[in-house]
Design a protein around this ligand. Structure first.
Ligand SMILES: *Cc1c(COP(=O)(O)O)cnc(C)c1O
Length: 348
């Protein structure tokens, strides 16, 4: 990777082991259920999340949408964080394509909804009202520094959901980052939810794909939803092969990404002109801001970093940034970035 790309972990390239596995993968027609590599990936994903079954999908967005379509119907409601990925960044798919109404609630500094507010949001059974069906949670929480939320929070949400007959789906795009950061098995988290989507294509480095996991009956319904969305793929084993490498080889090393993010945050904290809250850096994301005395905007700083050092960085509003570490970012890349930023700010 010649450019040094901190914009997201989605930019991570497949590893050499993945490319080899893709070339060698046995395949079949997965719409007929005959692709052995896809079947193996779905079974492994189900085992890793402690669920009965898995469904290989094109993206995290498709996994979340299949889950919503399998859990809820038209005119029914899903309670979710107002800054959650599903609500803000998935093109309104649940409403546009499923007729499912999002019911957004505020989240705290870590991305948690107040369980009491969730209970209060559940509608009475009244023909005037939409029917509450589903709670959507997210882990790690992207809009709040990628914070890894603990199992206890999901236990509280699950209790509220159970009392009210709602299902719980987790957008676990970075589920394994959340688990590794807390040094727990992912199933400690997922045992509190009915279904979960996680991305193979982010920190786990696969080129494409996510897996939705849940009960066998739920996955049966989600498979129909995937087909209706045009997501039935044929010899998808060439993609699933990379996913198998991701699950077998790339989870434990997420700890390196987290260490690099911490190192980056420590370096940023020493730079004049930059504000960073190191306490929040627990996974692979570092959010930071320019202080008021810096004359440049975030966009201008990002442009100069790109031009001067081929360092690519995402902005977050007019004064802020998000830097994400991944497999192709090592200690050297962190140092290049810090040096380049120091130079850009010194010349501002
Ligand atoms: C990336 C992401 C998704 C969606 O994944 P895509 O594969 O990009 O569709 C969902 N939720 C969160 C929190 C994400 O970061």
């Amino acid at each position: 990777m010649d450019r040094i790309d901190f914009r997201s972990d989605t930019v991570s390239w497949p590893t050499p082991a993945m490319r080899a596995a893709m070339a060698a993968a046995p395949v079949g027609d997965d719409v007929y259920g005959e692709d052995p590599t896809v079947n193996e990936l779905e079974a492994l994903a189900a085992a890793r999340t402690g669920k009965e079954a898995g469904l290989f999908v094109a993206s995290g967005t498709m996994g979340n949408l299949c889950a919503v379509l399998a859990h809820a119907g038209r005119g029914e409601e899903a309670i979710l964080g107002a800054d959650s990925h599903v609500y803000s960044w998935e093109a309104g798919g649940m409403a546009a394509l499923g007729g499912v109404i999002p019911h957004p609630l505020p989240t705290d500094a870590y991305g948690r909804m107040d369980p009491e507010a969730v209970a209060d949001a559940v509608r009475e059974d009244d023909p005037h009202l939409p029917r509450s069906r589903l709670v959507l949670v997210e882990n790690s929480y992207g809009a709040k520094h990628g914070y890894p939320l603990p199992p206890a929070y999901f236990a509280e949400i699950a209790a509220v959901a159970r009392q009210n007959g709602l299902a719980v789906h987790m957008d676990g795009a970075r589920l394994f980052n959340a688990a590794v950061a807390q040094q727990i098995d992912a199933t400690e988290i997922t045992r509190h939810v009915d279904s979960v989507t996680f991305c193979l294509s982010k920190g786990l480095c696969a080129p494409v794909g996510s897996v939705l996991c849940g009960s066998a009956d739920f996955i049966y319904r989600a498979r129909r939803a995937r087909k209706s969305l045009g997501g039935g793929m044929r010899q998808a084993g060439v993609l699933a092969a990379a996913g198998l490498v991701a699950l077998n080889e790339m989870i434990d090393r997420l700890a390196d990404d987290h260490a690099h993010a911490r190192r980056l945050a420590e370096g940023l904290a020493r730079l004049p002109g930059v504000g960073v809250n190191g306490e929040m850096v627990r996974t692979n994301m570092v959010f930071f801001d320019l202080s008021d005395d810096v004359a440049l905007s975030a966009d201008e700083v990002a442009d100069r970093l790109r031009q001067s050092a081929n360092v690519w960085l995402g902005t977050n509003g007019r004064r802020g940034f998000r830097a994400v570490t991944h497999c192709w970012i090592g200690a050297d890349e962190v140092r290049v970035f810090l040096d380049a930023l120091e130079n850009v700010l010194a010349r501002a």
